[in-house]
Design a protein around this ligand. Structure first.
Ligand code: FES
Length: 114
């Protein structure tokens, strides 16, 4: 994506606005990004992508970015809105379903195995 491409398509919030908001306000949790022009409070599609950008800013990445074209992003959102399912190719950080508990379980399983 380019900085001026919209990440939150419901509220037309660009990647640049989200990154600048995260840098300026340093929100401790992703949900506070909603204070940036209501990003993430519509259909919910963009929330994993907000998480990804938030994590990149926290990690001090020079140019936070989402490795997907705006056309592909919009196509996936349209599918999400019609089916409720996400195409997860890792763009959203591999946790598009927000299943943090499952990740913790996986880690526990590996520790028990090893
Ligand atoms: S795309 Fe951001 S809430 Fe719908």
């Amino acid at each position: 994506m380019d900085p001026d491409d919209h990440v939150c398509l419901c509220f037309h919030v660009s990647q640049r606005k989200i990154v600048n908001y995260c840098r300026r306000e340093n929100p401790p949790v992703v949900s506070l990004i909603s204070e940036c022009l209501s990003a993430g409070t519509g259909c919910g599609w963009c929330v994993p992508f907000l998480k990804k950008l938030h994590a990149q800013v926290k990690a001090g990445e020079h140019e936070p970015d989402l490795p997907v074209s705006p056309e592909e992003y919009a196509r996936r959102r349209m599918k999400f809105r019609s089916t409720g399912e996400r195409e997860d190719d890792g763009v959203a950080g591999g946790n598009a379903g927000g299943d943090a508990d499952q990740d913790a379980d996986d880690d526990a399983g590996r520790a028990a195995d090893g």
